[in-house]
Design a protein around this ligand. Structure first.
Ligand code: P1T
Length: 380
């Protein structure tokens, strides 16, 4: 089956009891047993729930994975990947990444004796500079949040194999519709399904996909042991969102192209970052490893913080809000909002300045979106 068909059908056969064509919301915490230990595959909903099983199967098929695990948030998924690590293990992470991921690494897992190095993996060989005896994992986002750096997944996975490291990729920005890291050699894919997978800004969720029996078994064990699982209603919403993922991603991308071209031509804009633009330093790599460029556009205004504030306050259609990937357009000020946990010094080095704005371009009419941007730029 092709992507669009899998999104609608995998894990979602008509309900055996009633014929319902949509997977029911199995709003139950537990399951009656015929005799102790005799059950129908479900014992307790932290361990497994049929609505969650459907979501996990569907997500796994979309990423080309054997196994899927759904979580109550992207951070719960990330945390469960970290549960594969042991004290004193060293993780090499890309330097630009979601502020909350940086925060859990630095403020939670460092306290458990894990070590982290942050390097610019747009040059994959940079990881060799920080590689140590105790390095066990490479963690990357591509495109990265919020600077949309593109990292060569095939090259990094070759280095990971050579040095026997686990390669985990946060595929939230691209989604499996535009990029399949497991097929390019990654071991584990992570998602915040809060974003494009759900797609309607009405749920918080996460997922892990892998084809490794060993990693799956351990993470499945930790999912149940720690308990960061999504409720059945959120699984239903995510499944419902997935059915239109391909349609939405195509529209997000078409509008993001329009927005990035419009901003590139505007005199108050210093630079526009969108992997679909020829001006993006890794445009060719993006073209090779992705089948589309996504719906996020970051840009810098020529004016500083005061100008950014005026622009963001003037927007009407783009809501000023954290998160991304919903049908409605959102604007984010990374330095103050999503990436405030990243220390100022590191933000400065990376280029997350006070005039950097990240747009999650929704699927509204493109003319309306451009008009909102055009009008708000007059206030800068
Ligand atoms: O918010 P949550 O579902 O827990 O997912 C965390 C997360 C993980 N990975 C990436 C790439 C993300 O962007 C996020 C969440 N990001 C935002 C809320 C944001 O506005 O960037």
């Amino acid at each position: 089956m092709k992507f669009e068909t899998k999104a609608i059908h995998t894990g979602q056969e008509p309900d055996k009891a009633t014929g319902a064509v949509i997977v029911p919301i199995y709003q139950t915490s537990t399951y009656a047993q015929g005799a102790p230990g005799e059950h129908k595959g479900y014992e307790y909903s932290r361990t497994a729930n049929p609505t969650r099983t459907a979501l996990e199967r569907c997500l796994a098929s979309l990423e080309g994975a054997k196994f899927g695990l759904a979580f109550s948030s992207g951070m719960a998924a990330t945390s469960t990947v970290m549960n594969l690590m042991k004290t004193n293990n060293h993780i090499i992470s890309c330097d630009d990444l979601y502020g909350g991921t940086y925060r859990i690494f630095e403020k939670v897992y460092k306290d458990y004796g894990l070590e982290f190095s942050y390097v610019d993996l747009t040059t994959p060989e940079n990881l060799l500079k920080v590689l140590k005896e105790n390095t066990r994992m490479i963690w990357i986002e591509t495109p990265t949040n919020p600077l949309l750096k593109i990292i060569d997944l095939s090259k990094v996975s070759r280095l990971a194999r050579k040095h026997r490291l686990i390669l985990a990729v946060d595929n939230t920005f691209a989604t499996p519709y535009f990029q399949k890291p497991l097929l390019l050699g990654a071991d584990i894919v992570v998602h915040s399904s809060t974003k494009y997978l759900g797609g309607h800004s009405d749920l918080v969720g996460g997922a892990i996909l892998t084809s490794s029996q060993k990693y799956y078994d351990r993470m499945k064990f930790c999912q149940n042991a720690v308990g960061g699982v999504p409720g059945p209603f959120d699984c239903f919403l995510a499944l419902r969102g997935l059915k239109t993922l391909s349609l939405r991603m195509r529209e997000h991308q078409a509008n993001a192209f329009e927005v990035s071209r419009f901003l590139s031509r505007h005199k108050k804009v210093k630079r526009v970052i969108y992997p679909g633009l020829k001006s993006h330093p890794a445009h060719n790599l993006a073209k090779m490893q992705m089948s589309g460029f996504g719906g996020i556009v970051s840009f810098e205004l020529k004016s500083g913080l005061a100008g950014s504030r005026r622009f963001l306050k003037s927007l009407k259609l783009f809501f000023l809000a954290e998160s991304l990937g919903g049908v409605e357009s959102l604007a984010d000020h990374p330095a103050i909002m999503t990436h405030s946990s990243v220390p100022l010094k590191l933000r400065k080095r990376l280029g997350i300045s006070d005039s950097l704005i990240r747009l999650s371009v929704g699927i509204e009419n493109k003319e309306d979106l451009l008009e909102d941007l055009r009008r708000s730029l007059t206030f800068v």
